[in-house]
Design a protein. Structure first.
Length: 253
């Protein structure tokens, strides 16, 4: 029964994460529920192991269907990797107490802005080109990468929103970029958790198989139905993130 719960959670997490990110909303609570006596860091590491495979599958599906600027994406992925690792290292010394409390309000602003701007992310009209686009993308990747390593909830959604709002991408292409940057962030965190021994390998790999199936389904639907579908899913997931992070920050504490 416990395995079935984790399998279903991993599939749903892979599905949601492939479209707009936020799969951790489903996967992590399931791990905490099934393995309540396990050290939290080990559950985070196991979740990262399960999630990176599904995110990689989604990224490959997007790469086959969406044209990306690799001169922008690859340097940004490197920046995301390095700063996610730095964030993971920092959180072992500085607890993210104030960030935890501020996050629900930040997410509310993101959701309201997206809801009010009905045309946001509908069309792909890049604002920047060349070195300026690459430099700004690396700065965004570095900032959100550090956040992912330091705290984490909503990383994929933040990537999507910023590439839509700041760079003029549509939701589909922004989601494609977010998947690749998410892979880089997860790889950095996984490297740290693996080095420190905080991974339950059999559980993580079994969940990874289910997550891959969910990611394949989610990315195919996103590619088929386009930016409108991704935008709707984005608003749903961000709303769930607001409720979850507000509960964690003000009720559980």
């Amino acid at each position: 029964m416990d395995f079935l719960v984790l399998a279903v959670a991993a599939f749903l997490a892979g599905f949601v994460d492939a479209v707009v990110g936020g799969g951790g909303l489903i996967q992590l609570p399931a791990l905490f529920s099934v393995l309540p006596n396990t050290v939290p860091a080990t559950l985070f590491g196991t979740s990262k192991l399960a999630g990176i495979w599904g995110t990689s599958v989604a990224a490959m599906n997007y790469m086959r269907a969406v044209r990306l600027q690799w001169s922008v994406v690859l340097p940004s992925a490197v920046a995301a990797f390095l700063f996610a690792f730095a964030g993971a290292f920092t959180v072992t010394h500085i607890p993210p107490t104030y960030l935890r409390m501020a996050l629900p309000f930040i997410l509310c602003a993101v959701a309201l802005y997206t809801f009010m701007r009905k045309d946001l992310g509908t069309y792909h009209k890049p604002i920047y080109t060349g070195d300026k686009e690459r430099t700004m993308a690396m700065l965004v990747a570095a900032g959100i990468g550090f956040y992912d390593g330091f705290f984490g909830p909503g990383t994929g959604s933040f990537f999507i929103f910023l590439f839509v709002r700041l760079f003029g991408y549509d939701f589909l292409r922004a989601s494609a970029v977010a998947k690749l940057l998410n892979v880089a962030c997860n790889a950095a965190a996984l490297l740290w958790f693996g080095y420190s021994g905080h991974i339950i390998w059999p559980v993580g790999l079994a969940m990874a198989l289910c997550g891959i199936c969910g990611s394949f389904a989610g990315s195919r639907l996103a590619i088929r139905y386009g930016s409108g579908f991704v935008r709707q899913m984005f608003l749903i997931v961000v709303t769930c993130l607001i409720l979850k992070t507000a509960y964690d920050a003000f009720y559980k504490s």
